[in-house]
Write a protein that binds this ligand. Structure first.
Ligand code: GLA
Length: 566
């Protein structure tokens, strides 16, 4: 095994950060046939994908204290809170871009009046206190540029200029933390118009958030909203040292549909929702508390059928996506409510491994099979998806899923999560028919295929050979030691691909486990291909990566062999 040298603190300036990066210590991995005997390692704990509600989809920028109070109350009364939803996120429209002479944000006292005795009108901590009094958490919104989306695209709002935080990052994020907010979404309309570099701006913002957290002792979860324009999955995990974050991977599924307004006739679309799901799949970047965000959900809004809403929820669950409802919580139908609160489906989303599903089969005619590895050994969430909608002439499609495609061996049991029925135990595959505009979500419990253990050795780099592999993503289990008190972070680079930053929380004296999924090279000729994995520590306490494990059979047939040199 090998240790990393300290490579600088996380709270560092842009220049210092470059210096820290240049002093990275590369770690090499070597292979041994036998893993060493050791105490049972523990799965590291991370922030799960946030669950809650956002004001944008159903209220646009017509929000005020009354709207937010009613939605927060409805989150509790409807049972959403009991199912795990907790964030009440105030999106664009809460602030009209006004600042005082010292640059402090000034809000309209009529929109945000006192709620309880002794409170001052025009103070956002009033609404935060109210949300917290219900046992919920509060989210707020700004833009990385000088102006915000509401300045350029006013929708139903007044469209005032200056609704962005550029030039005020430290001041604004400190203000959000002082008001008591727990979550901040940072949009990109202003940054986009100014041609700013999102990795730089969001890095600065993450550092401002960390400073605000240190000053107030209050955690502010970071949600980046750059719509996938500059491939945020390649730079957003741990950007600026954030301990957990989410990043949007696409545009909005729907423009806001506000009852009683000129926008009431807008409709959500099944194909648009599927498109956002597809754009949100970047399994190599999703791990250890960092999540792709395919947008707030449109479940229960006009446009999708009840079956399509179940597909939507299934897709967000297998993606491990943030579950942020966009419907008006005061008017949820029974069907919408049961879709949003199915505890077994939510558990798939919130699974402790924090990984995304990968596609294990696609027929090119609208039928896909997706599999998400879950924390319990041998368990997979499997989605049989019919992407065709009501216009399709084919009503039912037969779909098979083979255990070997899921990395399982032997027999496996199957539970249908939407009907709540145990379907039995099956030898090597399961078949179902899936209606157009529908999906079948299964929990498959079987036995994991055997693993190969790969142990690091100093001064060398090593390869994992993949062969007979028709799936490009392979799961890896990373065993490490971090005896410090804070998380350590390292970049994992696979072959010549963009690196991803992985969090390694303190593991005490024992070993910790984190999981990632790597994109392996598929053999173009011959029967095997070399894959080189390298970890480079970014900062935090000293870290030792003890070994990595990769399935020997299953999705990819993996053989291992060492190669000399770096
Ligand atoms: C962008 C974002 C949306 C919402 C609006 C507000 O479009 O993608 O989620 O925040 O801005 O104007």
């Amino acid at each position: 095994m090998i240790g990393f040298a300290h490579a600088g603190r996380l709270l560092i300036s842009g220049a210092a950060r470059v210096a820290a990066f240049s002093s990275l210590v590369c770690m090499a991995l070597s292979l041994t046939a036998q893993p060493t005997a050791r105490a049972t390692p523990k799965l590291a704990q991370f922030q799960r994908p946030p669950m809650g509600w956002s004001s944008w989809n159903s209220f646009s920028n017509t929000i005020n204290s009354k709207v937010i109070e009613s939605q927060a109350k409805a989150m509790v009364a409807s049972g959403m809170k009991k199912a795990g939803y907790q964030y009440v996120n105030i999106d664009e429209g809460w602030w009209l871009g006004k600042r005082d002479a010292r640059g402090n944000i000034v809000v309209d006292p009529e929109m945000w009046p006192a709620i309880a005795k002794g409170e001052r009108a025009g103070d956002m901590s009033n609404i935060v206190r109210y949300i917290h009094s219900l046992g919920l958490k509060a989210g707020i919104y700004t833009d990385a540029g000088l102006n915000g989306c509401g300045s350029f695209y006013p929708d139903l709002g007044p469209g005032y200029p200056g609704q962005g935080s550029e030039g005020h990052y430290e001041q604004d994020f400190l203000q959000f933390a002082k008001w008591g907010f727990d979550y901040v979404k940072v949009d990109w309309c202003g940054g986009d118009k100014e041609n700013l570099d999102p990795a730089v701006q969001y890095g600065e913002i993450a550092r401002a958030i960390t400073q605000a957290e240190a000053a107030t002792g209050h955690r502010l979860f970071f949600s980046l909203c750059e719509w996938g324009k500059q491939s945020p999955w390649t730079w957003a995990p741990n950007v600026g040292g954030s301990p957990a974050d989410i990043w949007r991977t696409s545009g909005d599924i729907v423009d806001p549909i506000v009852a009683g307004s000129k926008n009431a006739g807008r409709r959500a679309s099944y194909q648009k929702m599927l498109g956002n799901f597809d754009k949100g799949i970047h399994p190599e970047a999703q791990h250890t508390g960092f999540y792709n965000d395919p947008d707030m959900m449109v479940i229960g809004m006009p446009g999708l059928t009840d079956a399509e809403n179940r597909v939507h929820m299934s897709l967000w669950a297998i993606s491990g996506a943030p579950l942020l409802a966009g419907a008006d919580l005061e008017t949820l139908s029974d069907a919408t409510h049961s879709t949003l609160t199915n505890t077994e489906v939510i558990a798939i989303d919130q699974d402790a491994l924090g990984l995304q599903a990968v596609k294990v089969k696609g027929d090119g005619f609208g039928i896909d099979v997706w599999s998400k590895r879950l924390a319990k050994p041998g368990e997979r969430a499997v989605l049989l998806l019919n992407r065709t909608d009501a216009k399709s002439p084919i009503i039912l499609a037969p779909v098979d899923v083979h255990w070997k495609d899921l990395g399982l061996v032997g027999r496996a049991s199957v539970r249908d999560l939407w009907t709540g029925k145990d379907m039995g135990t099956f030898d090597d595959h399961y078949s179902a028919t899936v209606q157009r505009g529908d999906a079948v979500l299964l929990l498959v419990r079987g036995t994991d295929a055997k693993w190969t253990s790969v142990t690091p050795r100093a001064g060398q780099s090593f390869t994992i050979k993949t062969s007979k592999c028709d799936q490009s993503f392979a799961p890896v289990q990373i065993l490490y030691k971090n005896s410090g008190e804070a998380a350590a972070y390292a970049e994992l680079r696979v072959n010549g691909q963009m690196p991803t930053r992985i969090a390694f929380p303190p593991s005490g004296a024992a070993e910790g486990i984190v999981w990632a999924q790597i994109q392996v090279e598929l053999p173009s000729s011959g029967d095997s291909e070399d894959n080189v994995l390298r970890f480079s520590q970014l900062g935090g306490t000293a870290l030792q990566v003890e070994s990595i494990k990769i399935p020997r059979t299953g999705p990819c047939s993996v053989a291992t062999a060492a190669s000399a040199g770096n």
